[in-house]
Design a binder for this molecule. Structure first.
Ligand code: FAD
Length: 398
């Protein structure tokens, strides 16, 4: 194998988008993935409009749409009062060819991207190889990785992209700081076939449901509703995920005659962290390896895909002779988005959901109603929450 290639660590949505973008420009790519296949766990399920436009470039949006659901509206509700404010994404129809959120599981995207890469002659995915660390010289970068049996391999390329997720070994290896906070609560997600739309009047496919005692989020995917609750970690996994606990929590939202059919359940820690540097020399970070946020707003995967597209564009220019100082612009642009859009919006959403004080809750409700009912305010709000504004603002970042 020639050393003149890009090594992408991690075959998640971010690594695969970067790989597809590079391969489309004829750059040889080797992808290293620790699992034996692309991962198909149930994580992100919301695609924002600009992400669909980016994926259009690689010919996968149409296939994703075939496997997903259009959410033309999303709403803010109160557990007792019901609908508070519903946002109509059609106000963005002059801003994007996709004025909706697509509800579709992240693993459907990674499979489509993998199929595309499998058909690309200069691209190779190596499965079952866990990246440990990197070394670099002025001319190349080497990945040191390990097979399950403990055998070590060294792979050398021109650049390494660390898209190896939240616990990124690549990030640790280049020694950048990953400052931020860990939220005290866990997030519990349950997937059920229960038809919430038949029980909660005017329910949108995406609903943020406020309550002073226990907020929740309802997200429709093609086959199930996903229910997200905040959870006290002191309860312990065995109790929090026990069938009786889960049943009790769901029955308290909508009492059902039959037991809830639970298709999937998971509880996870939530962080707000952003790396202080997105690259060191020839090693670059993208996606969860570079930033983590709470999922209220559905921006983690989307923001990571936007990183991948931005980084690939710059890497293609550098590959063709541009000054590698261009990577500094990648860092400035995407770090700004991670802090000022992804983290800011996600934290604000969490604050709204967590507020218990009646007057503050009433003020949030009024603000939401005013914003949703005013077309100008609503468009400005949706441009930001749909991540369109963050991409427009990038041009002004030198
Ligand atoms: C329950 C849940 C719901 C979410 N909902 C949304 C949502 O609706 N919208 C949204 O935008 N985001 C959402 N997110 C966040 C989203 O899932 C992540 O931001 C996204 O997966 C990040 O993609 P990534 O490619 O950077 O990392 P990952 O998806 O974590 O992929 C990393 C890949 O690297 C591989 N890997 C890890 N370590 C190594 C190693 N040492 N060597 C080689 N390979 C390695 C992993 O196996 C994996 O395949 C959600 C997250 C969770 C947990």
């Amino acid at each position: 194998m020639t050393n003149k290639r890009v090594i992408v660590v991690g075959a998640g949505p971010v690594g695969l988008v970067a790989a597809v973008a590079l391969a489309a420009e004829g750059i040889p790519v080797t992808i290293v993935e620790s699992q034996i296949e692309v991962v198909d766990d149930l994580r992100a399920s919301t695609f924002h409009p600009p992400t669909l436009s980016f994926l259009d470039r690689f010919g996968v949006t149409g296939k994703l749409i075939e496997q997903g659901l259009h959410a033309h509206h999303w709403q803010f509700r109160d557990r007792k009062q019901g609908e508070i404010a519903t946002f109509d994404l059609s106000v963005l129809s002059n801003d994007t060819p996709h004025p909706y959120r697509l509800q579709c599981e992240q693993w459907k995207l990674t499979r489509l991207l993998r199929d595309r890469l499998d058909a690309s002659p200069d691209t190779k995915i190596i499965y079952g190889l866990r990246a440990l660390e990197v070394e670099q010289t002025a001319n190349d970068a080497t990945l040191i990785a390990e097979r399950e049996d403990g055998t070590r391999e060294r792979i050398t390329g021109s650049y390494i992209i660390g898209a190896d997720g939240a616990r990124s070994n690549i990030r640790k290896s280049i020694g950048v700081n990953f400052e931020g906070i860990t939220h005290p609560e866990l997030y519990l997600t349950l997937s059920t076939t229960f038809p919430y739309e038949e029980h909660l009047p005017n329910l949108s496919k995406i609903a943020y449901i406020s309550d002073p005692d226990e907020w929740l989020v309802l997200l429709r995917t093609p086959n199930v509703w996903r229910v997200l609750f905040p959870t006290d970690p002191a309860v312990g996994d065995d109790v929090m995920l026990a069938p009786e606990t889960v049943e009790k929590r769901l029955q308290a939202v909508v009492p059902a005659k039959a037991r809830y059919d639970i298709v999937h359940k998971t509880a996870y820690r939530v962080f707000e962290r952003v790396c202080d540097h997105y690259f060191v020399g020839r090693v670059l970070l993208a996606g969860d390896a570079a930033h983590l946020n709470n999922p209220l707003g559905g921006m983690g995967m989307n923001g990571g895909i936007h990183d991948a597209v931005n980084l690939a564009e710059k890497l293609i220019e550098v590959w063709r002779g541009a000054d590698p100082a261009l990577f500094g612009r990648y860092e400035r642009q995407r770090r700004k988005v991670a802090l000022e859009t992804v983290q800011a919006v996600s934290l604000r959403n969490r604050q709204i959901m967590n507020t218990r004080e009646p007057a503050a809750r009433a003020a949030y409700f009024d603000e939401m109603r005013r914003t949703a009912s005013d077309p100008t305010k609503s468009r400005a709000y949706l441009l930001r929450s749909s991540m369109i504004q963050s991409l427009r603002d990038l041009e002004s970042v030198e």
